[in-house]
Design a protein around this ligand. Structure first.
Ligand code: PLP
Length: 408
């Protein structure tokens, strides 16, 4: 009988990883308090407001605006910056769809660029080369928790007078040169969806140090209202992106654990770096020395099938999951998504932009292609385990490598 769990053998991992989402009696109490207060709505409430302030402060930001999800955080940010029809926004090709769809949402064109081969974050040289007179902003994604090259991106955006936005949906509590991410540019956006580093099932946040931006973003997220003005006055176009008190209450408790959990995830990931680097064919995402803390939404590594008897990335993932090690495939490249291939994205655009030639439809994106089809992600809850768990993860890699021929 095969040694491999996928082929009927014993699993490599028997001790279970910590369950996610994590909760205890504090969440139960916080929810009960909201229930019994009968204040479930954000507007007169205190819980979401408290969370906005605490989360912003945690990241060294003056302002926090809680919204319904991470996609909404990007949409509100685009609208608050005044990005509109005819404009362009530079985004990495390797990211979740929301980074680009938020740009289309405000009827502007996302311009896709390739990523760095070691960190998988946006390549600053390519990002700069993509700037045109129509470029209004650049969105950097801190992939898997690893900050994009904030030194370079900040300089480039300042030089070209465009806004830098940090899509930090993977990077709560990450640091670049000792400073928490999210305030290197005009705004940082976050997601609190179920798989994220703190969660209320859904939820999002925008943080900023700009008073001017904050006024716009807060208004956009609350139907175009202005604080202190009559409830039924609506000064600009906005919508309802408010987060409920239930979510605010849960997120306050989740935030109180974030620092400790981040330390654990970061440390365990460094142990995995050491263990997995010794396995032929496995190359962990690089940790830039300026990344002083990685929030580590995922542990990302490149899988070279040649060192695993030629089996596909998907087959490897299947075998790892069978061994009891949760791991998953990466994002497909944005340029390969149906909405770009079938031209439907053009319906969000107008004028010449709607019918124009868009370079990313023809361009080659070698790093994104490789990242999309050849990297594998171990989701963050596994990194909340202990050292023994990390050693068991590494042992599962070795086991699959030893027996890879059987998986062909
Ligand atoms: C990089 C990135 N940006 C934005 C989002 C959108 O967040 P949400 O799912 O909360 O809308 C996600 C969610 O997975 C993401 O990974």
């Amino acid at each position: 009988m095969s040694e491999l769990a996928l082929l009927g053998g014993k699993k490599a991992k028997n001790k279970t990883f910590p369950l996610w989402p994590h909760y205890d009696n504090q969440e139960v109490q916080a929810l009960k308090e909201v229930l019994e207060s009968r204040v479930w709505w954000r507007t007169p409430g205190t819980k979401t407001l408290e969370f906005e302030q605490a989360f912003a402060q945690f990241h060294g930001a003056r302002h926090g605006i809680a919204v319904t999800n991470g996609t909404a955080a990007l949409e509100v940010t685009m609208a608050a910056l005044g990005v509109a029809a005819g404009d362009e926004v530079i985004v990495p090709n390797f990211t979740f769809v929301a980074t680009a769809s938020a740009v289309l949402f405000v009827n502007a064109l996302p311009v896709l660029v390739d990523v760095d081969p070691e960190t998988y974050c946006i390549d600053p040289d390519l990002a700069e080369a993509a700037i045109t007179p129509r470029t209004k902003a650049m969105i950097a994604v801190h992939m898997g928790g690893h900050p994009a090259n904030l030194d370079r991106l900040k300089k480039i955006c300042t030089r070209h007078k465009i806004a830098l936005i940090e899509d930090s949906s993977h990077a709560h509590a990450s640091e670049w040169r000792g400073q928490r991410i999210g305030t290197f540019g005009t705004a940082g956006t976050f997601s609190f969806q179920s798989s994220k580093l703190i969660t209320a099932g859904e939820g999002g946040m925008i943080i900023s140090n700009s008073n001017k931006f904050e006024v716009h973003a807060r208004s956009v997220h609350d139907c175009g209202r202005m604080p202190g003005k009559w409830f039924y006055s609506h000064f600009i176009y906005g919508s309802n992106y408010r987060l409920s008190e239930w979510q605010g209450a849960v997120l306050n408790v989740q935030l109180s654990r974030l620092d400790e959990q981040t330390k654990t995830r970061h440390q365990n990931a460094r142990l995995l770096d050491r263990l997995l680097s010794e396995i032929p064919g496995i190359t962990p995402q690089k940790l830039d020395e300026r990344c002083t803390r990685n929030g580590q939404y995922a542990y990302i590594f490149h899988f070279n099938k040649k060192k695993f008897a030629g089996i596909s990335t998907d087959r490897f993932i299947e075998a790892m999951n069978a061994e009891g090690i949760p791991n998953q495939a990466s994002y497909p490249p944005l340029h390969a998504l149906d909405m770009f291939r079938n031209g439907k994205y053009r319906k969000r655009l107008s004028g010449k932009q709607a019918t124009g030639k868009h370079a990313f439809l023809k361009q080659k994106f070698p790093v994104t292609e490789k990242a999309a089809w050849e990297t594998v992600w171990i989701p963050q809850p596994a990194l909340l385990g202990d050292e023994e768990d990390m050693h068991e993860i590494a042992a599962a890699f070795r086991k699959i490598q030893r027996n890879a021929k059987e998986l062909r």
